[in-house]
Design a protein around this ligand. Structure first.
Ligand code: ZN
Length: 258
């Protein structure tokens, strides 16, 4: 098996250096493309050039966000292979749907699909032996925008201790020692969760004010992203019965002493 990265030309505060398009080669020339990225003819040309005379079998997307999926259909058409994905997106229509437990043969290599909701409800990771393509579930060197915190934490826990040795993220560099990375993500999230609860306890009740307080050390260009995460943390605190949410205000619920 061989894994190659082609970096899309879409750097930014939410995409880091840009989207990583991964080529998975089974070692005998059968190739799958993972996360082609946004529509961009020069990136399309680079992917086609990199595949050259190998045998493409599939184009896959981890989720349907605009920095991952829109090039999938044009590329699949160019390669004459199906585009696989979890659901239909704004600029993506899967030829074949993938779900938790789906498997795909890439030549002699088997790829297993793992549903990892949290960053997006339809998010998938792809496992090949002890390697995981993580999409935006785990990123190299930048913080993940989380839509549903409870699901996100469960999706991280599910991957921990499963014998992974390497992560290939949708943005940033590959990571060794996945269990250490996953532990860091979990503890970082739980720390944020408690910081946000502490802020609510201290009377900071609106999302923008909580962002100002808890994310003071984070660049303000990332505050809109942080606001999404704060909303997800507040929803989980509500589900945990620790706060109430009323008219965009977070109110602590006193512990029940009875
Ligand atoms: Zn995404």
């Amino acid at each position: 098996m061989r894994i190659e990265r082609i970096l899309a030309n879409n750097p930014g505060p939410y995409t880091g250096p840009g989207t990583n398009t991964w080529l998975l080669d089974d070692g005998g020339g059968a190739v799958a493309v993972i996360d082609p990225g946004p529509v961009d003819s020069s990136h399309l040309d680079r992917v086609l050039f990199q595949i050259r005379d190998r045998r493409p079998v599939a184009v896959l997307v981890t989720h349907t966000h605009p920095d991952h999926a829109p090039l999938a259909n044009p590329l699949a058409k160019e390669l004459d292979v199906p585009a696989f994905g979890p659901s239909q997106g704004p600029d993506f229509v899967p030829d074949l749907m993938l779900a938790d437990g789906s498997t795909l043969e890439v030549g002699v290599t088997r790829l297993d699909v793992i549903h990892t909701p949290g960053h997006a409800s339809d998010h998938l990771c792809f496992r090949v032996d002890d390697v995981l393509f993580t999409g935006d579930h785990i990123m190299g060197g930048s913080s993940v925008m989380v839509e549903d915190m409870g699901s996100y934490l469960s999706s991280l826990e599910r991957l921990s201790g499963t014998g992974l040795t390497r992560l290939h993220p949708g943005h940033g560099d590959e990571m060794d020692d996945p269990d250490l990375v996953i532990d860091w993500y979990l503890s970082h999230r739980l720390q944020r969760h408690e910081e946000i609860f502490e802020a609510v306890l201290a009377g900071v009740s609106s999302v923008p004010a909580i962002v100002e307080k808890v994310y003071a050390e984070v660049s303000s260009s990332l505050h809109p992203l942080a606001a999404k995460s704060v909303e997800a943390h507040l929803a989980l605190l509500r589900d945990q019965g620790r706060i109430a949410l009323s008219q965009d205000r977070a109110i602590p619920i006193p512990p029940d002493d009875s």
